[in-house]
Design a protein. Structure first.
Length: 219
């Protein structure tokens, strides 16, 4: 108690360990302590607010990514229905494959149904088609860009603008494509062992294969 009185009294320019100064020190220390509490509370609120902002930003990025994926598969489904000529995934193998990929990427069933309905309507909605762009990026790296669009002219303008912003240039048709081979990926569910799958892959002219083991836990 005396140490507090001496500190406060010295700060005020006098020193006398009397009861009056002791009560003054009590009063000053109490006020100082109370004044620090709101400051601590404000800092806590600041950190909590920042954490909430970080969570909101992360959720926003995740939602934007999901929306982009859903939109891409919506276009693929519409194109598969029109190219395959049927909204039935059993009769239209291409549509069935796209739907399977969409479900693997957690596309909601409602989105899939709306895309099929949109493609099946008499008006047909947008007519999506695939456009291929060849370009040379920084360091002379060659690139092929596949675009699924309902407006090829608009897509071409946007792609060229994107190339320009990233120091890339559009290549002449065929100057890049000849360096690549178009490949496909087949997923086969089979009871064969690895040797049997290898023999089947070789006979089918497959360049490479990979065995994926799926283990299910009993519920």
């Amino acid at each position: 108690m005396m140490a507090s009185a001496i500190y406060i009294s010295s700060a005020l320019g006098f020193f006398h360990p009397s009861s009056s100064f002791t009560s003054l020190s009590h009063r000053v220390v109490h006020q100082s302590t109370q004044s620090r509490v709101p400051a601590f509370s404000r800092r806590t609120s600041l950190y909590m607010g920042r954490a909430a902002a970080v969570r909101a930003a992360t959720k926003g990025k995740t939602d934007a990514k999901k929306a982009k994926i859903n939109g891409q598969f919506g276009k693929k489904i519409i194109m598969a229905v029109k190219q395959g000529g049927s909204p039935d995934p059993v009769a239209n193998r291409q549509l069935g494959d796209v739907i399977k990929q969409a479900k693997t990427n957690s596309v909601p069933a409602d989105n899939i149904a709306r895309a099929i309905k949109r493609a099946s309507e008499s008006s047909g909605g947008a007519d999506f088609s695939e456009s291929i762009f060849e370009c040379y990026a920084q360091g002379g790296a060659s690139m092929i860009v596949n675009v699924l669009t309902d407006n090829p002219n608009r897509a071409a303008a946007e792609i060229k603008n994107c190339f320009k912003k990233n120091d890339a240039k559009v290549a002449e048709s065929g100057s890049v494509l000849f360096m690549y081979d178009r490949k496909g990926v087949l997923e086969v569910e089979s009871e064969l062992d690895e040797d049997g799958l290898l023999d089947a892959a070789i006979e089918a002219g497959c360049d490479d294969y990979e065995v994926v083991e799926v283990r299910c836990r009993a519920v």
